[in-house]
Ligand binder design. Sequence first.
Ligand code: SF4
Length: 318
Amino acid sequence: MKRRGARRLLIQMPDGLKPHAVNISRELMERTGAEVYISAGPCYGGCDVATGQAKMLNVDLIVHYGHTEFVRVDDCPSIFLEARSESSLTEILNRSESKISIYRKVGVATTVQHLNELVKVEERLRRLGVEAVITPRCGRNRYCGQIIGCDYTPLKMVIDKVESFMVIGSRFHGLGASLAVDKPVILADPYMSKVTEMEGEKRSLINRRYAMIERAKGAKTFGIILGSKIGQYNHDTADMLRRTIVTRGRDAVTIVADEVSPSSLENFEGVDVFVNAACPRLSIDDSERFTKPLLLPKEALVSIGEMRWEELLDQGLI
Ligand code: SF4
């Protein structure tokens, strides 16, 4: 802040870090004399940078806590302060031994909080006689070994080199990984202290997604959700979907949304099916909460006959 001469600052952080927000804000004000604002927005990922609030408040700097930077923010100078967990992974690694030790080569990836532990994970697997293949840095992922919920390219890059994958993170990341690659995925979830082979959950989710696509096949009007968060603004995808759906003889409207929730969509009478071109988590983790089908873009293409179901499975849902 001092180097940049920032006098007005907006800090934003995910809910898990918000308990520290007041102290951080107080300390920054005391030490720099700057005006500090705290964003109450949910801040789910690096896709969500509070540029709208920053503009309204006329701040000279946004400080985004917790996530890695992967979007270009032109509207306002911003810095990303990544968070690393201080909890040890020893217990979850102990629990995963029996499931991992049956493989010789395992692709390993985790969310940003646990990246510092990857060296220990590698060493632990080596002692079990398992070679850990740390996934490469690519796509939206800034570090080797990192995955975020909307980009599993790093796993796909090493798929031919490994027999299975170990994902250290939440259920959503384990499920997303298992949908992206056609190899066994073992989720080591340090928050729930649980190790899960994701194949069963993947099969059950795929069955539910298939049923949702079937429901959407008779739809007349599709509501395409274009996320307005800077890293969810997939305009080209939304535009391609609208044009393709119309070419196939159906109606399509584009709905711009910052936060997508059942209540934000419930009043759109006349829309039979929503297509989520924003954050894939909504369709993977939350779609049961919505009364109408909430398809992912490729699923929408299957529902209108533009893509085959088998092709979708080959490419992965995300
Ligand atoms: S789009 Fe969704 S999955 Fe991707 S970073 Fe944002 S919140 Fe996470």
